[in-house]
Design a protein around this ligand. Structure first.
Ligand code: HEC
Length: 257
């Protein structure tokens, strides 16, 4: 009878040198990783039936999976331990490929593998966060802070948002700027700060828009806006606000073009 290759013979090439077919050479880590991935996929899909991806419901839905759902404890534990094991097996697999020089022959496979390694670590991290318990939320906080620390646009956006907040509600002892300033052209006690970034650079010779806005907050009496010579701005922002808070206000007002 002719030999029909079964599904399993596809996993390995039909001919394999004897010395390479032993468990000792590759440690079987690639294959184990695939098996773990399939377990993760199946258990993950099962968990999706009960998981609630909302900040309010996530933690309780995880408890539901663990305590109420039929075999939920088993599915959850399988998912958890398969993910931890997969991080180990994928890492060991990558080390094996590097140490045995496997990356030299099949460069594309190697790069693909590195990408999968990173994906695995990221997936492990997001899975951890999904639990939405204390440790998961702290992990998320640390993770987002790392991205923030390296991402200037995120930092700038944070600063602008802080400035907007101080502008509208004040901070500690500092009164809100909205008490005296609108942003829509309406004159209150002080001039409206609509388009203030556009005119700020032309107010005092030698002062850039940012310098002028900073000086307006810290030493308001140094320059009186025409038409407001008799009105007085709150004078104590230089003591009531920290340097960071002043810079946040400057950043926010510079967006009012
Ligand atoms: C008690 C009312 C009052 C409060 C509170 C106040 N201001 Fe003023 N502000 C004024 C007045 C009045 C002027 C115009 C007179 C002057 O230049 O001193 C002014 C001027 C300014 C100017 C110059 C505007 C221009 O067109 O050149 C800026 C910028 C400014 N304020 C920013 C702020 C910020 C930011 C805050 C909040 C941290 C704030 N002000 C809080 C009353 C106030």
């Amino acid at each position: 009878m002719p030999h029909r290759p079964s599904f399993f013979s596809h996993l390995h090439p039909p001919t394999l040198p004897r010395r390479e077919s032993g468990f000792g050479y590759t440690w079987g880590m690639g294959g184990i990783s695939i098996a773990l991935f399939i377990i993760l996929l199946v258990t993950g899909v099962l968990e999706m039936f009960f998981y609630a991806p909302t900040t309010a419901g996530a933690y309780d839905s995880v408890k539901l999976i663990a305590n109420v759902a039929p075999y939920g404890w088993l599915v959850r534990n399988l998912h958890y331990w398969a993910s931890q094991a997969m991080v180990v097996t994928v890492t060991v697999h990558a080390l094996r490929v590097i140490m045995s020089g496997g990356y030299k022959k099949r460069r594309f496979n190697y790069l693909l593998g590195l990408a999968l390694l990173i994906l695995t670590l990221l997936a492990d991290f997001t899975g951890f966060v999904l639990r939405w318990d204390d440790s998961g939320v702290w992990a998320l906080t640390v993770g987002t802070n790392i991205i923030r620390a390296t991402d200037n646009t995120a930092r700038a956006a944070d600063q602008t948002r802080l400035g907007e907040q101080i502008f509208s509600v004040g901070a500690d002892r500092a009164p809100a700027c909205t008490l005296c300033h609108s942003l829509d052209g309406v004159t209150l006690v002080g001039p409206s700060l609509q388009h203030v970034a556009a005119r700020a650079g032309a107010r005092v010779p030698g002062q850039s828009a940012g310098d002028y806005i900073r000086a307006s907050i810290l030493t308001p009496s140094a320059f009186k806006v025409p038409g407001f010579e008799t009105s007085t701005m709150y004078p104590n922002y230089s003591v009531d606000l920290s340097p960071e808070q002043v810079e946040a206000l400057v950043a926010f007002l510079l967006t009012q073009r």
